[in-house]
Design a protein around this ligand. Structure first.
Ligand code: BES
Ligand code: ZN
Ligand code: ZN
Length: 460
């Protein structure tokens, strides 16, 4: 647990058992200005011969207390994240941190870097960490509210699939009512009477029933509207097109799109962003049983279009087809959809970069620019219409998979069949889940997408 509070006065004036001073290219960042003059000489001597690259540190004992010299990199957010992790590792309960010109990025980095998921550990590793930092309270407040949303998204992704069932995910969404967000949860019967045949087919193999979750954050005088859709597979076994063990190990995270939607809506409400935001999540499991959907089944989607199932592991697009069509029917003017949709996106761009597909260039650019501003990596991919052929079925309007090539594109083309308003599809299969610890957090859920959504909303 990290607490970030404003420090009265400067680094020099403040009292603390530990002060953190930044070092860049072997020099004290502030040339010592931010520190007590007597200390500076001591620190300079300690630094001699030590270059301190990003994330490296040197602990110096001074008469007035300890000083941690910490290597600053190119990016204040990442350096903040690494610092928070170092302080946790060194088990310091409290520190006074030298501010940076990029005050907001530093605050956000400190909070994101300190995230831990220890709910299911008998022995919790680290205790509380309190960081004090000189600067404006508004900056810290904003970082706290954004981090809350990212933390929620990470928690949901990290929660194991036996505990985070579709029902449990709906419960977590309902908790957002406390922030003034309207949340409605539709059960199987309601989903069936709406006619969401594709979503229901994916869900039907599981003992855990599906839920359709709709959220609405509508501040008075909202200046714009944004509609979000998130993939909500609380577990994806692949179904009868079963995944090999290795590929299944991260499939509790197949609801990372939904998690990003919930996290962003939570932060948006905390921040009071003056934009109406609606969220749609088709939550279910993709499992095997005598009731599970088969390869060869023909499904009738909410839109009326029929789909021949050629691979039960291409289930996300089936649930999303119904969720997207529903969102548009509810009056969406533009949709931002996030999903851990294809392994192919990861083959193309690796595990750190999300694939961005847009049916309209302007909307695509808005999302791309927002992502760039907050430091979430996305890259545009072509929605190549020529490949629509690959989705032709001999018996239905569409089939749910193309061939081996261009798998992320055919998945995006499939989704685009179910919306007419501008759609941005972010395939977050790679960046949603970190396979090892990184600057801004530990292995596991990253909360990818939350900060981009917030930035998109803020700029509307
Ligand atoms: N949830 C997976 C995609 C995925 C893969 C997410 C790896 C995160 C990491 C999705 O439902 C899936 O299985 N997609 C198939 C599609 C294929 C059958 C056309 C895939 O990518 O193999
Ligand atoms: Zn799948
Ligand atoms: Zn999936």
């Amino acid at each position: 647990m990290i607490t970030l509070t404003r420090a009265e006065g400067s680094l020099a004036e403040g009292q603390a058992p530990l002060k953190v001073a930044w070092v860049k290219e072997g020099q004290l960042l502030s040339q010592g200005e931010a520190l007590d003059a007597r200390l500076v000489g001591l620190l300079r001597r300690a630094l001699e011969g030590a270059s301190l690259k990003e994330g490296e540190s040197l602990l110096v004992a001074a008469p007035e207390g300890q000083v941690l010299l910490f290597g600053l990199g190119e990016d204040a957010r990442s350096s903040g994240g690494r610092l928070a992790q170092a302080l946790l590792r060194l088990r310091f309960p409290e520190a006074l941190v030298e501010p940076l010109p990029e005050a907001y990025a530093l605050a956000e980095g400190l909070l994101l870097g300190a995230y831990r998921f220890q709910r299911h550990r008998s022995e919790k590793e680290e205790k509380a960490l309190t960081l004090r930092i000189p600067g404006a309270e508004e900056v810290l407040e904003r970082a706290r509210k954004v981090a809350e949303g990212v933390y929620l998204a990470r928690d949901l992704v990290n929660e194991p699939p036996n505990l985070l069932t579709p029902l449990a995910l709906a419960e977590r969404a309902l908790e957002l009512r406390a922030l003034g967000i309207e949340v409605e949860v539709l059960d199987e019967e309601a989903i069936a009477s709406l006619g969401m045949g594709a979503f229901l087919a994916v869900a039907q193999g599981s003992e855990n029933p599906p839920r359709f979750i709709r959220l609405r954050y509508a501040p008075p005088g909202a200046r714009a509207r944004l509609d979000l859709v998130g993939k909500g597979l609380t577990f994806d076994s692949g179904g009868y097109s079963l995944k090999p063990t290795e590929s299944m190990t991260t499939m509790k995270g197949d609801m990372a799109g939904a998690a990003a939607v919930l996290g962003a809506m939570k932060s948006a409400a905390l921040l009071g962003i003056p934009v109406e935001i609606r969220g749609y999540i088709a939550a279910c499991e993709n499992m095997i049983s005598g009731r599970a959907y088969r390869v060869g089944d023909v499904l009738r989607t909410l839109s009326g279009k029929t789909v021949e199932v050629m691979n039960t592991d291409a289930e996300g697009r089936l649930t999303l087809a119904d969720a997207l069509f529903y969102a548009e029917r509810e009056g969406a003017k533009r949709i931002l959809e996030l999903s851990t949709l294809t392994g192919a996106a990861m083959v193309a761009l690796g595990e750190e970069v999300a694939a961005l597909f847009a049916t309209e260039e302007a909307w695509g650019n808005q999302v791309r620019e927002a992502a760039r501003r907050v430091g979430e990596k996305v890259w545009p991919m072509p929605l190549e219409r020529a490949y629509r052929e690959k989705l032709k079925s001999p018996v239905a309007d569409l089939k749910n998979v193309g061939d081996r090539n261009g798998g992320a594109i055919t998945a995006a083309l499939f989704l685009a069949e179910f919306v007419r308003v501008p759609l941005v599809h972010l395939d977050i299969a790679g960046p949603a889940f970190a396979r090892k610890a990184h600057a801004l957090g530990p292995e596991g859920g990253t909360g990818f997408g939350v900060r981009t959504i917030l930035e998109v909303a803020q700029a509307l």
